[in-house]
Design a protein around this ligand. Structure first.
Ligand SMILES: [Zn+2]
Length: 162
């Protein structure tokens, strides 16, 4: 009996893995401030290449490249002089354009950015990170027009002194 129970739980674990593997795989790369969700390694490679202009050859390059995402977060916080405690944001990579032909959107309910891999740039990502920083800092987030003034300031200042 014990043996059979063991076998059936073993089988169900295997089955779960098979289902998990064959479906839309949700792979996650965690950086200091972000968790980047992607389907294939190629998606992650292309995204990082779009953000920092460097092609990754090995997985160690990807980890290194992902640090440029954290640098953008810190740069945005420096420009706004807003540094939310324990800032975290999820980034979902998507092939093709998002709805309404948007390149990226931030959703505060899920604290996540969805971004189109093919059209992603450091500026686009910084803009959405700025929304995330603003939302996560203020107990009552500023109205969207005020937020747009702040995020447009980030757009202008992003790499000004570089
Ligand atoms: Zn905006």
């Amino acid at each position: 009996m014990i043996k059979r129970l063991f076998l059936s739980s073993f089988l169900s674990i295997c089955l779960l893995q098979v289902i998990g593997y064959s479906g839309e795989a949700d792979n996650v790369l965690k950086t200091r401030y972000t968790a980047i969700h992607y389907t294939q390694d190629q998606d992650l490679n292309d995204f990082i290449w779009h953000i920092n202009g460097r092609k990754a050859e090995a997985s160690s390059d990807i980890r290194e490249g992902a640090k440029s995402i954290d640098r953008i977060v810190e740069r945005v916080e420096d420009i706004l002089e807003i540094r939310p405690r324990n800032f975290k944001v999820k980034i979902y990579l998507q092939r093709g354009p998002l709805e309404e032909n948007k390149i990226a959107v931030y959703d505060n309910k899920t604290k996540s950015i969805r971004i189109s891999i093919d059209q992603a740039t450091d500026g686009v990502l910084a803009h959405e990170i700025a929304h995330a920083v603003i939302y996560q800092h203020f107990p009552t987030p500023p109205p969207s027009k005020a937020q747009e003034y702040l995020t447009q300031h980030v757009d202008k200042e992003l790499w000004r002194d570089y």
